[in-house]
Design a protein around this ligand. Structure first.
Ligand code: NAD
Ligand code: ZN
Length: 233
């Protein structure tokens, strides 16, 4: 395809075939909860036990899922692509890194990380947070929260992501519904900067009309096809 700089944005759809549920239904229920009840700073202030339990369950569930062909193909692209490449994921699961992707940013944080708001340090985390473990760095109790970017909070590494999006030749969005900003705006940023824009999604998304091309189907089929096209044109 003749591209050298690639930015790929993934959303919950890339992990769906691994058995990690996406948001469901028109009201966007996440595992039976309204997003406002589990994924906002206000929810955490109001009912910390509910929020900690929700993320403890999501974190524990990662032990029962495996990367699917889409994650594996993206890891192969990362390993074999000679040009610049950046994989930006909105997902908080660890399936991209377990598949082997290295040039990866988790813009909405990670389930397997805990953030101490007392000393502002982050710690790789496998266990639960509901029992309010002390911070491994400062010892504070009751200050460890999921290292997740909640609605209303600033996504991580935005400056680096925007630089890469504005400099890329090919922007690919995979398995995202295109209604969570700022990620949903990356396609416009890339398009204005002259990149070709491609969407891979199961259903037409809110943002489909803003891409040069949309391919509809499961990520586990479409992503390996795209990676083969890119690596063996
Ligand atoms: P979303 O749930 O709003 O949308 C998922 C999109 O993926 C939909 O457009 C759907 O049509 C598509 N899809 C479903 N199955 C697919 C498949 N097999 N192949 C290709 N596409 C498929 O997800 P979003 O846009 O990523 O926004 C959700 C927000 O919630 C993110 O901020 C994310 O942090 C969080 N979230 C994360 C996870 C996770 O880490 N796996 C799961 C649910 C929600
Ligand atoms: Zn601390």
């Amino acid at each position: 395809m003749g591209h050298s700089r690639i930015v790929i944005l993934t959303g919950a759809g890339v992990s769906a075939e691994s058995g990690v549920p996406t948001f469901r239904g028109p009201d966007g229920l996440w595992e039976g909860h309204r997003v406002e009840d589990v994924a906002t700073p206000e929810a955490f202030a109001r009912d910390p036990r509910l929020v900690q339990t929700f993320y403890d369950l999501r974190r524990a569930a990662l032990a029962k899922v495996e990367p699917n062909p889409a994650h594996l193909a993206l890891a192969r692209l990362d390993a074999d692509w000679p040009g610049d490449l950046l994989l930006v994921t909105q997902n908080v699961d660890d399936l991209h890194e377990r598949a082997g992707s290295r040039r990866l940013i988790h813009m909405h944080g990670r389930l397997k990380s805990a953030w101490c708001t007392a000393c502002d340090t982050r710690h790789g985390w496998e266990g639960a947070l509901l029992d309010w473990p002390p911070c491994p760095a400062c010892g504070a109790v009751g200050r460890m929260r999921p290292d997740i970017v909640w609605f209303g909070e600033m996504p991580y590494d935005m400056a680096r992501i925007e630089r890469a999006v504005m400099a890329c030749d090919l922007f690919v969005s995979i398995g995202t519904s295109g209604n969570v900003y700022p990620a949903a705006g990356f396609v416009d940023l890339a398009g204005r900067a002259g990149a070709r824009t491609l969407e891979l999604n199961l259903d037409p998304s809110m943002a489909s009309h803003r891409f040069d091309e949309s391919r509809l189907g499961p990520a586990g089929v479409l992503v390996p096809e795209l990676v083969a096209q890119l690596l063996d044109p």
